[in-house]
Design a protein around this ligand. Structure first.
Ligand SMILES: Nc1nc2c(ncn2[C@@H]2O[C@H](COP(=O)(O)OP(=O)(O)OP(=O)(O)O)[C@@H](O)[C@H]2O)c(=O)[nH]1
Length: 259
């Protein structure tokens, strides 16, 4: 072989190698680096609620992926919010209550704080619906939810609609007399709002009956115990003629105390 074909071959190999290396560098800059940033961003996202950072000079595909991930995160957040909210009143629902109490009840027990639950039931609500119609009934429930929001304003107050015309409020670090006073305030405020209810046997406006249950400080109790006791207190209210507040203390099962 002469020198000339060898040189040509060498130059061709050099050009091929340069093309290959440029391609590798291009893939690295346009895809690998942004993808790495994207994956690091995904890890960050999983740890916190920060939006996904779009990598600098990202390849269009990678930027679109970051955008999709962010949209999915927003949708997930919205779905979660919807799953813990009552759509009619905007208050929380039972799932929210359970989520918050999972943390709050053990903490309250450890700090020896009393916890109170208020079971709130609208008086003669079936008659209200029958007289004014279902839509008016819905509006009435929304108005009651507003009175609840106005009464229970602490960040730690948990206010939910359990379903139908039943609401539950859980007050952390609230003794029986504080809880009863607040329940009375709510009952009075709703009566003062004066939503007409000509079908009520109590008075001519919408009223509520409230059963209050309070745990003994430092004792283990479950949400079920609190609801059952508040329900029993509510039953007493209804028997006494409605539009009133009755309270009871919650005592845990002996097994729970020993366990
Ligand atoms: N408008 C409306 N009505 C509802 C909703 N959920 C439940 N209800 C009605 O609430 C009424 C509850 O009736 P009852 O459980 O008999 O209670 P009540 O008539 O308030 O009787 P007392 O509690 O004993 O005073 C029923 O007529 C249900 O149809 C709702 O989301 N919207």
């Amino acid at each position: 072989m002469t020198d000339e074909p060898m040189l040509t071959l060498f130059l061709m190999a050099l050009v091929a190698m340069l093309i290959f290396m440029s391609a590798v560098a291009l893939v690295h800059v346009r895809y690998r680096r942004p993808l790495k940033t994207l994956l690091e961003g995904l890890d960050e996202c999983e740890r916190g609620s920060e939006p996904m950072p779009a990598p600098n000079r990202a390849a269009p595909l990678v930027a679109r992926l970051a955008d999709r991930v962010n949209r999915l995160k927003t949708t997930n957040h919205l779905l979660h919010q919807q799953s813990i909210k009552d759509p009619l009143t905007g208050l929380g629902n039972r799932r929210l209550l359970e989520q918050r109490l999972e943390i709050a009840l053990p903490l309250s027990r450890r700090w020896m704080n009393a916890v109170s639950a208020l079971m709130i039931d609208v008086d003669h609500f079936k008659d209200y619906n029958d007289l004014y119609g279902h839509q008016a009934g819905d509006d009435c429930l929304i108005e009651i939810a507003n009175v609840l929001r106005d009464t229970f304003r602490r960040e730690t107050d948990i206010v939910v609609r359990l379903g139908g015309e039943e609401f539950l409020v859980v007050l952390l670090d609230a003794e029986e007399d504080d809880a009863t006073r607040l329940a009375e305030a709510m009952r009075g405020m709703l009566q003062a709002v004066g939503i007409p209810h000509q079908g009520s046997l109590v008075t001519d406006v919408v009223t509520v009956s409230i059963g209050v249950s309070t745990t003994a400080s430092g004792w283990p109790v479950s949400l079920e115990d609190m609801i059952a006791t508040a329900d029993a207190a509510l039953y007493e209210c209804k028997a006494k003629g409605r539009n009133c507040v009755t309270s009871r203390r919650v005592f845990p099962e002996p097994a729970a105390v020993n366990g």
